[in-house]
Design a protein around this ligand. Structure first.
Ligand SMILES: [Zn+2]
Length: 324
């Protein structure tokens, strides 16, 4: 099904807003009399007008983004670079293309010492949209901007240090190293993808901090997630896991590393870590291993895992700064 351009405020939210405004006005009128009630009505009307205006602007921008056919050159690039796009059905591929255009229309991507060409914008959008494809109304509300750096960087944002290839901030900024991002797409099945990793960090963002549990999980699913994580950690530390050991040292990093493995090594994750795979299928409403089955892929023997941060030429494990 093609993506439409839904208004960002749902009918349910509108109903809640109107009821809230009515209660607010009634209470103010009760305690502050007629003039107080009139002021409250005016404030409520201004608030609603601003929200309507913002909703209309956003809706028009989405319609404009989807008005033209998806550029064929972008389609060629996605086929060439984006393994997840290639494993999708025609319907989901069309949805992916719509989501990419909406993402690019709404999220600013800024280069810091690097020119942001269309190909880079496409890779950034493809990273985020891969994660959110199964959620029709999802709009990355917690993401404000993406910064692209010309190289890996250290904690003072100096380039060229063997430290960070990406970073996600709780206030909604994601930083990606361009070489690391390109390498992530160039090798689609090594369970390393700085784009998936950093955008995954925003999926457990609770107010101003990351907590390592996918946002939206109910109590039961969250409990299962913690149980599975505790079971997997020793396996990761012993090198007996599809998941990179990098995720074993922090619950927040466990989620990001699991998301990388889910989309990059889906068949191996399903076979070796079935419970974790099913939790991620439920969370993302996507089943990449089933789609790999459908395109005739089989599980190859696991590649030997090189020592972290030393055996992967040109690649560093992404890490996130978690300070608020
Ligand atoms: Zn991380």
């Amino acid at each position: 099904m093609m993506r439409t351009a839904p208004p960002p405020i749902s009918p349910v939210a509108w109903a809640g807003l109107l009821v809230g405004a009515g209660i607010f006005t009634f209470l103010v009128g009760l305690f502050a009399g007629l003039w107080g009630a009139l002021v409250a009505i005016a404030l409520a009307a201004i608030t609603v007008a601003v929200l309507v205006w913002r909703s209309a602007v956003r809706w028009r921008a989405r319609r404009a983004a989807l008005a033209s056919p998806f550029p064929e050159a972008w389609r060629v690039l996605l086929r060439q670079w984006c393994d997840h796009y290639n494993r999708l059905s025609d319907d989901l591929r069309a949805r992916f293309e719509d989501d990419v255009r909406i993402f690019l229309a709404e999220k600013p991507i800024t280069g810091v010492g690097v020119e942001v060409i269309d190909e880079l914008r496409l890779l950034v959008a493809a990273s985020a949209v891969t994660l959110s494809l199964g959620w029709p109304a999802y709009d990355w509300e917690q993401l404000n901007e993406i910064l692209l750096y010309p190289d890996d960087f250290d904690r003072d944002y100096e380039f060229g240090e063997d430290d960070l290839s990406g970073e996600a901030h709780p206030w909604g900024t994601v930083i990606l190293s361009v070489p690391a991002l390109c390498q992530s797409f160039r090798d689609p099945d090594d369970a390393y993808h700085v784009g998936f990793h950093e955008f995954a960090h925003l999926l457990d963002l609770e107010q101003t901090h990351f907590d390592g549990i996918p946002l939206g999980f109910g109590d039961d699913a969250a409990q299962r997630w913690v149980e599975v994580r505790e079971r997997e950690l020793p396996r990761m530390l012993r090198g007996e896991s599809v998941l990179d050991e990098y995720g074993a040292h922090d619950p927040v990093e466990f989620l990001a590393v699991a998301v990388e493995a889910f989309f990059e090594t889906a068949l191996a994750l399903r076979r070796n870590h079935g419970d974790l795979y099913e939790l991620l299928v439920t969370f993302f409403r996507q089943d990449p291993a089933a789609w790999d089955d459908a395109r005739g892929l089989t599980l190859e023997p696991a590649r030997p895992r090189p020592p972290r941060r030393t055996g992967r030429a040109g690649r560093r494990r992404p890490r996130s700064r978690l300070s608020v």
